[in-house]
Ligand binder design. Structure first.
Ligand code: ATP
Ligand code: MG
Length: 264
């Protein structure tokens, strides 16, 4: 899905991406394709684990109700939990705030052979922190370069990074938040903060745009995922993850030289 990959050298405008886009795909086709992709993801993850050389880091960002949890449930669940970690980044604790902003992030980067998922990430430190004015703007802007350097360091240490911005419209968010209110199984998710944040929608979009432009490196690209349609969102994220795992050229380790002579 090259169209969704943000090129580091081209101009980028979030408004030129339609959250409703499905690239002419049909739901029935994609639902069955998703199952096939899930099997491939599972097989490739097994190989990654056995090879024990590289790791894959998947970063999920997006507004509230954009589907970060949905991606974990419908796509990431294809992975065997034995070598997959999911970290949800919340408001930093006192301990975390006593360190640099990347401290809590670095320690949860997946180890060799593992897939790691960040449900929110260090990008909160240039989006949420910026919109809520938690640190001076100049500090936020310095962080762009720090994030770039950090990600380049990870890539050079064989961590493949995929960054997904789940792009929903403000209208779609309203629908989903109202849904949470009316559905007894979702009501627990209702958070007054989410409704307050909606009022700052344009500020969030500007902060995301700047983060995507300033931290988009060839080795760790951003993808903008049209996420109003959950079935398309799930399929396209699974497709990008599968392709990335294929491109990682994972190999089984060599068999011991005399394995044919081994008698059991
Ligand atoms: P859910 O889908 O369950 O609502 P969530 O990721 O929104 O998931 P919450 O516990 O509702 O989880 O919210 C976590 C909050 O922590 C978010 O509002 C997020 O912006 C905030 N947060 C995360 N990292 C930081 C950070 N570094 N600084 C400030 N706020 C942060
Ligand atoms: Mg929330």
């Amino acid at each position: 899905m090259r169209e969704l990959l943000i090129h580091p050298t081209r101009t980028f405008k979030l408004s030129s991406f339609d959250p409703n886009d499905t690239f002419g795909k049909i739901r029935e086709d994609l639902d069955s394709e998703l199952n096939k992709l899930r099997s491939m993801m599972s097989r490739l993850q097994y190989k990654l684990y056995v090879e024990n050389e590289k790791s894959l880091l998947i970063v999920l960002q997006g507004m509230d109700a954009s589907g970060k949890d949905g991606i974990v449930r419908h796509v990431i669940s294809a992975f065997n939990p034995i070598s997959c970690t999911v970290e949800s980044f919340k408001v930093p604790t006192t301990e975390e705030l006593a360190h640099d902003f990347l401290w809590r992030v670095h320690r949860t980067v997946p180890r060799k052979g593992f897939v790691g998922v960040f449900n929110r990430s260090h990008y909160e430190d240039v989006v949420e922190v910026r919109v809520q004015n938690l640190v001076p703007k100049s500090v936020c802007f310095q962080r762009f370069n720090q994030i770039k350097q950090f990600e380049i360091m990870l890539v050079q240490n064989k961590v493949k990074i995929l960054k997904f911005f789940l792009h929903i419209s403000k209208q779609e968010q309203k629908k989903r938040l109202l849904d949470r209110l009316s559905d007894p199984d979702k009501r627990w998710k209702v958070n007054e903060e989410d409704y307050k944040k909606r009022k700052k929608w344009p500020q969030y979009m500007t902060a995301y745009t700047d983060a995507i432009i300033n931290c988009n490196i060839r080795e760790a690209p951003w993808y903008v995922i049209p996420a109003n349609n959950k079935w398309f969102r799930n399929w396209v994220v699974a497709k990008i993850i599968t392709n990335a795992l294929i491109e990682m050229k994972i190999k089984y380790p060599k068999s011991p030289p005399h394995h044919k002579d081994i008698k059991i």
